[in-house]
Write a protein that binds this ligand. Structure first.
Ligand SMILES: [Cu+2]
Length: 322
């Protein structure tokens, strides 16, 4: 019986190892197809951003081994009990029913396993809320059934991204490719501000391991830093209505120069923030110059209201410049 158990354990271990190898090999084979699903793909899409690497570590190195060991152990115990203690092999069963030591063990060990998982889990959770300084901010608005992208810092007004129809999209990218992708520079921190105009949608891009709800009246936030140029695809991940499956998220990661050229083509400017600051300063300057005139005006008409009037008049100039 002992030999049988060992053989069984070896078989179980072999099956688990093969399954794990298949799961981990899939992303490796998908290297050249970064950012999109692959036919018969198993496991996670190849990681292409810092958070994705951390999420994959949690999945591949923490969760999968724990799950595999527990499954194999429980299966082995079941097989052992079924073979060793069935009616034929064990005609006169023992009469005892409780064992305090074993009950303490099967309570404490799972608790320790969960505590061990939670250490890694919280670390990952905090990493997701640890926003670095952003280089580019994109405001994403989910609509029934498309996405609006806006780049407030570059002055790129919101444009709508629609799914490419079946006859226009490459066959394997139908329902993933969009006519107007979200364009971002490679190696830069991209902050996403996410909301919706009608119902709840969700922004999900597997290669960056991000998934955030887009909720009307609420601004959610996440970030990613794409490590390689290319096209990355995601989909709305909240059931949002009849065309839920037809609002893909297409992220085009390009060089810094190509991003600047794209911003210019959209009527924006990479130096908009600096330009605005300069314009605001220029607009503020005359207001400061006029300031000394206030006491004079006050002197000409010595009422309480008079000195306040020029300041109020000058104030709207600054917001208008923005
Ligand atoms: Cu949606």
């Amino acid at each position: 019986m002992g030999m049988g158990m060992r053989a069984m354990a070896r078989l179980g271990g072999g099956i688990a190892a093969t399954a794990l190898a298949a799961i981990f090999a899939a992303p490796a084979m998908a290297q050249d197809l970064l950012g999109q699903p692959v036919p018969a793909g198993l496991g996670l899409q190849t990681a292409a951003a810092p958070l994705a690497h951390e999420a994959h570590f949690f999945h591949n190195v923490v969760l999968m081994p724990v799950i595999t060991v527990i499954c194999v152990l429980v299966l082995a115990l079941l097989v052992w009990i079924a073979i060793r203690y069935n009616k034929r092999a064990n005609p006169t069963p023992a009469k005892w029913s409780h064992n305090t030591v074993i009950e303490v063990i099967w309570t404490v060990v799972p608790v320790l396993i969960l505590v061990g998982i939670s250490l890694f889990s919280f670390r990952l959770l905090f990493a997701y809320h640890d926003y670095p300084d952003s280089d580019v901010t994109v405001k994403i608005t989910g609509n029934q059934w498309n996405w609006g992208y806006e780049y407030p810092d570059q002055g790129v007004a919101e444009y709508i991204s629609n799914m490419l129809p079946e006859d226009k999209a490459p066959k394997h990218l139908y329902r993933l490719a969009a006519d107007e992708p979200m364009v971002v520079p490679v190696g830069q921190n991209v902050r996403l501000l996410i909301t919706a105009s009608d119902v709840i949608h969700a922004v999900a891009v597997p290669a960056f391991a991000i998934k955030v709800d887009a909720v009307p009246g609420r601004m959610n936030e996440t970030w990613f830093r794409a490590e390689k140029e290319g096209d990355y695809y995601g989909q709305c991940s909240e059931l949002c209505g009849v065309d839920h499956a037809f609002m893909p998220i297409h992220v085009k990661v390009v060089s810094k120069e190509a991003f600047a050229a794209w911003v210019a083509s959209k009527g924006g400017s990479m130096t908009k923030a600096a330009d605005d600051a300069a314009a605001a300063a220029a607009a503020a300057a005359p207001a400061v110059a006029e300031a000394p005139a206030a006491p004079a005006a006050g002197a000409a008409a010595p009422t309480d209201a008079a000195p306040a009037a020029p300041a109020t008049a000058a104030a709207p100039a600054a917001p208008a410049a923005q």
